[in-house]
Design a protein around this ligand. Structure first.
Ligand SMILES: Cc1cc2nc3c(=O)[nH]c(=O)nc-3n(C[C@H](O)[C@H](O)[C@H](O)COP(=O)(O)OP(=O)(O)OC[C@H]3O[C@@H](n4cnc5c(N)ncnc54)[C@H](O)[C@@H]3O)c2cc1C
Length: 310
C-alpha cells in the first residue's frame, strides 16, 4: 500500500484502467508528486455566476431574447446582415458571434461558414458524479481541494456542505460518447460511468464511500479536434466564433469576451487577423497573448493533454 497523506493515496496507478480490469486493483510501489496551488479557486455555483454575468451584460446594454431560437443567418455581398429567429422576427446586424456551445457547428452551417477551418468541433456527452465527500475532506465546512488526476483518469473537487464532484479526463480505456444531436442526450447519469468515476476517486481517497445509486449531472462538451477553443473571425465578414470550448472555458468567459472584442474591433477596422494576428495584453498580468493560438486555421495543437484538462 502506498503512502497516504491527509487521506490521499499518493500511489502511481498509471495508465488509467477500467474497473473491471484486474489490473485496476493492483497495488503499487511507486508514488506520485503533485503541484499544489493554495491560492487557486473555483466557481461553486455556475448558474448564479451565469446570471451575474447576464446582469452585468444588461447593465452594459445587452438585451436577451429567450424562448426562441436562431433559424437563419442572412448575408449580402460576403457580409452578414441579419439573424432570423424561429418566432419569425429578424434582427438586422453587422456583427454576429456564434457562441452556441455544442450547437455551434450547426450555427456555422446555417451561416455557410467553415470551409477554411482546419479544426472541427463535435458534441461529446459527459457525466459528472456527485457523492458525499469523505469525512475530513473539507475542514471547517470549507469545500476542500480540487484534484486533477490524469494518473487515474479523473478530476474531483469538494463542495461546501460536504459534497464531492467527480468527472473524467477521457482516459483511453473509456469510450468517448460523441453525439450527433445535443438535444437528444439523456439527462440521467449511468451506473457504468458513475461507478467507474467514483471507484477511481476512491482509489485516491480511500475513505470515500461508493453509493449504489448513480447521482450527478449530464452535460455536453463542444470539443475541438485538438481540445483548444476557436476564438476567431470566419470567411463570412462580420461572422465570428467562440466555440470548441472543450469542457473547460466557463471560468475563462470574461477574458474570452475581451479576446472576441479585440478581434472584432481590429477586424472591423481593416486589420487582417489571419495575416497579422491580434495580440491581447492581459490587464492584470501585462503579458501579451497571441490570439492566433485560437485560430480556426491553426495547425492542430499537439501541446495540450488532449483532454478536458487542456
Ligand atoms: C459537464 C460539464 C462540466 C464542465 N465543467 C467545467 C468546469 O469545471 N470549468 C469550466 O471552466 N468549464 C466547464 N465546462 C465548460 C463550460 O460549461 C463551457 O465552456 C461554457 O458553458 C461555454 O459557454 P458558451 O456560452 O460558449 O456555451 P453554452 O454554455 O454551451 O451556451 C450555448 C447556448 O446557446 C444556445 N443555443 C444553441 N443553439 C441555439 C440556437 N439555434 N438559437 C438560440 N440559442 C441557441 C444554447 O441553448 C445555450 O444556452 C463544463 C461543461 C460541461 C458540459
Amino acid at each position: 500500500m502506498s503512502e497516504r497523506i491527509l487521506g490521499i493515496d499518493v500511489g502511481r496507478y498509471w495508465p488509467p484502467k477500467r474497473i473491471d480490469d484486474d489490473e485496476f486493483w493492483a497495488e503499487t510501489e511507486t508514488t506520485l508528486g503533485a503541484v499544489y496551488t493554495p491560492d487557486a479557486g473555483f466557481v461553486n455555483d455556475p448558474q448564479l455566476a451565469a446570471q451575474n454575468l447576464a446582469a452585468a451584460a444588461r447593465a452594459h446594454g445587452a438585451e436577451f431574447r429567450f424562448h426562441t431560437s436562431v433559424r437563419g443567418i442572412e448575408r449580402a455581398h460576403g457580409r452578414v446582415t441579419a439573424v432570423t429567429l424561429a418566432d419569425g422576427s429578424r434582427i438586422p446586424c453587422g456583427v454576429v458571434v456564434n457562441a452556441a456551445g455544442p450547437w455551434s457547428t450547426r450555427i456555422n452551417e446555417l451561416a455557410s461558414v467553415g470551409s477554411d477551418f482546419t479544426v472541427g468541433c463535435r458534441p461529446l456527452r459527459q457525466e459528472v458524479a456527485h457523492v458525499a465527500a469523505p469525512a475530513g475532506f473539507g475542514a471547517d465546512n470549507r469545500a476542500g481541494i480540487c484534484v486533477a488526476d490524469m494518473d487515474l483518469g479523473i478530476y474531483l473537487r469538494g463542495e461546501a456542505g460536504g459534497g464531492l464532484l467527480v468527472g473524467g479526463t477521457e482516459p483511453e480505456c473509456d469510450p468517448l460518447q460523441w453525439v450527433d444531436d445535443p438535444d437528444a442526450v439523456t439527462a440521467h447519469p449511468t451506473t457504468a460511468v458513475f461507478e467507474a468515476q467514483v471507484t477511481r476517486a476512491a482509489r485516491r481517497l480511500p475513505a470515500l464511500e461508493i453509493p449504489n445509486r448513480a447521482r450527478g449531472v449530464v452535460g455536453v462538451y463542444d470539443v475541438a479536434d485538438d481540445w483548444t477553443p476557436i476564438y476567431d473571425r470566419t470567411e463570412l465578414d462580420g461572422f465570428y466564433v467562440a466555440m470548441g470550448t472543450s469542457g473547460n472555458q466557463f471560468k475563462n468567459a470574461p477574458v474570452v469576451g475581451k479576446f472576441l472584442a479585440a478581434i472584432i474591433e481590429q477586424t472591423e477596422n481593416g486589420v487582417d487577423h489571419d495575416e497579422r494576428p491580434v495580440r491581447f495584453v492581459g490587464e492584470h498580468t501585462g503579458l501579451a497573448i497571441d490570439l492566433s493560438a485560437f485560430s480556426r486555421k491553426r495547425p492542430r495543437g499537439a501541446e495540450n493533454s488532449g483532454t478536458v484538462l487542456g
